[in-house]
Design a binder for this molecule. Structure first.
Ligand SMILES: O=C(O)[C@@H](CO)OP(=O)(O)O
Ligand SMILES: [Mn+2]
Ligand SMILES: [Mn+2]
Length: 547
């Protein structure tokens, strides 16, 4: 024990045997909801997950994966991968970005830190650019936070402001982007009345423009760069409301995938390219889909695409997105300090870890799991494997994604007996669920179930233990509902597809030949959330032996 009284060393559990191989399987976006035709998990053939639920009822239960149980501001906040994996990996609840930004805005502290001072130095002579996801989804950003920041910055001297919007349709209903742009336009008009030259300068759908993650497709970031920084895009409009309405008229257009556009003045000139001397804030609080742009804005050495020019700007993130890389170096709000994660305990206690997913979720089982920290704790104790995701397609086209390949890697890692924790994220139900394609999501859920089977079979062979759970709901409810739970219809009588995550609880199942007899879930903690699912690295809160 160190002088602080803290020690990484974990004591042996009095009853549970040591040395069993554990596989931790996270089904991304796999919640529990009433069985009906919009519950793709129910409709899909999922014999493995069904057998976990029905085969051993005291080793299966539901846990909360949304709201305050995982560190989100309110009970109306659906879960998401960042909070889900942070909670799973750390075994504790941390106030998340959404909440920290709320608090900093409410107290005014956001304007008192180094980050704001940094950008403020540009206000007298440069433009303030705000880049971020425009919705009230609360997963990556929130419109009300942008509104407060616009007001706060203009009251503190910003005279020229340009907003670069990313339309959502993934955390909120498709089609809602028009309303969000109108709301923002009203706010900007008010600023203009007060003498601030404020406008929307560019935009595009979040999956087309800027918000790629884990370096799956740098072209996405490049398209954003061209519009935001260079003022170049295939579509030019006089106003953002017109842009979004017009671009949505194209067949199959949706908010997530709107192409990039720039706003031009009467002479056809882009109204807001980013130039030297300007200030830039990336307004998303969530890290994964902002890190790539942060690199492009901040790194002098950069070879991912031709930036045409490296900007001499004053840049701050809403939060620092990567504590290890210290990226960005300036930020308006300090991120949660997620320390003492299970991954770090494991390396200090001689437990070897294998972690795997495909690119689109790779950082979830590594970066988010380890408390928003990139890289290994001890490379000689850990192996992280990334299977390249498909890029340039929407995931309903190939809904099986790389589930099989992930399961094969996990199986091989288990059978090699080189690792004592093998953790994976299976992305299908989430990534395909977000497309709103019900047929494809059913195929996706089946593929994930088959992958779980392969992993459980390997655990069986080595006498190990499994923990199967999810980070939040998605595929179990694909339709927007009224308060009574009935599907909502739009003006033309079609059901309103729900592409977002949900507020539903998620299952957790434990088992395997290595699980000590009599271990079962406690029944006396009805309101438990995902953070209490931590197991292996110390006494699991949720599991207790009977002898
Ligand atoms: O795709 C994403 O960025 C989010 C939804 O906005 O999903 P997840 O939290 O499951 O990664
Ligand atoms: Mn997720
Ligand atoms: Mn998701």
């Amino acid at each position: 024990m160190g002088s602080s009284g803290f020690s990484w060393k974990l004591n042996d559990h009095p009853n549970l045997p040591k040395g069993k191989i554990i596989s931790m399987v996270v089904l991304d976006g796999w919640g529990e909801a009433n069985p009906d035709q919009y519950n793709c998990i129910h409709v899909a053939q999922t014999p493995t997950m069904d057998s976990l639920k029905h085969g051993a009822p005291d080793k299966w239960r539901l846990v909360k994966a949304h709201g305050t149980a995982v560190g989100l501001p309110t009970e109306d906040d659906m879960g998401n991968s960042e909070v889900g994996h942070n909670a799973l990996g750390a075994g504790r609840i941390f106030a998340q970005g959404a909440k920290l930004v709320d608090l900093a805005l409410a107290s005014g502290k956001i304007y008192e830190g180094e980050g704001f001072a940094h950008i403020k130095d540009s206000f007298a002579t440069g433009t303030l650019h705000l880049i971020g996801l425009l919705s009230d989804g609360g997963v990556h950003s929130r419109l009300d936070q942008l509104q407060l920041l616009l007001k706060g910055a203009s009251e503190r001297g910003a005279k020229r402001i340009r907003v670069h919007i990313l339309t959502d349709g993934r955390d909120v209903l498709d089609g809602s982007s028009v309303g969000f742009v109108e709301t923002l336009e009203t706010d900007l008009a008010k600023l203009r009345e007060n003498g601030v030259d404020a406008q929307i300068a560019s935009g595009g759908g979040r999956m087309q423009v800027t918000m790629d993650r884990y370096e799956n497709d740098w072209d996405v970031v490049k398209r954003g760069w061209d519009a935001q920084v260079l003022g170049e895009a295939p579509h030019k409009f006089k106003s953002a409301v017109e842009a979004v309405k017009k671009l949505r008229e194209a067949p199959k257009a949706n908010d997530q995938y709107l192409p990039p556009f720039v706003i031009v003045d009467d002479s056809g000139k882009a109204v807001g390219p980013i130039v030297d001397g300007d200030a830039v804030v990336t307004c998303n609080f969530r890290a994964d889909r902002m890190v790539m742009l942060a690199k492009a804005l901040e790194y002098e050495d950069f070879d991912k695409f031709d930036r045409v020019r490296f900007l001499k700007i004053r840049y701050a993130g809403m939060l620092q997105y990567d504590g290890e890389l210290k990226l960005p170096s300036r930020y308006l709000v300090s991120p949660p300090e997620i320390d003492r994660t299970s991954g770090e305990y494991l390396v200090h206690n001689g437990v070897r870890t294998f972690a795997c997913s495909e690119t689109v979720k790779f950082g979830h089982v590594t970066f988010f799991w380890n408390g928003n920290r990139s890289g290994y704790f001890k490379p000689e104790m850990e192996e992280y494997v990334e299977i390249p995701s498909d890029s340039g397609i929407t995931f309903n086209v190939l809904p099986k994604m790389k589930a099989l390949e992930i399961a094969e890697k996990a199986r091989d890692a288990i059978l090699s007996r080189k690792f004592h924790q093998v953790r994976v994220n299976l992305p299908n139900s989430d990534m395909v669920g977000h497309t709103g394609d019900i047929e494809a999501t059913i195929v996706a859920c089946k593929a994930a179930d088959e992958a779980v089977k392969m992993i459980l079979d390997a655990i069986e062979q080595v006498g190990g233990i499994y923990v199967v759970t999810a980070d939040h709901g998605n595929a179990e409810d694909m339709v927007k509902r009224n308060k009574k739970g009935e599907p909502l219809l739009d003006k033309s009588g079609n059901i309103q597809i729900l592409t977002s995550h949900t507020l539903q609880p998620v299952p957790i199942a434990i088992g395997g030949p290595g699980l000590a007899p009599g271990v079962r879930f406690r029944k006396d903690i009805p309101g438990g959330g995902t953070c209490q699912r931590r197991c292996y690295c110390d006494e699991p809160t949720w599991i207790r032996g009977t002898q």
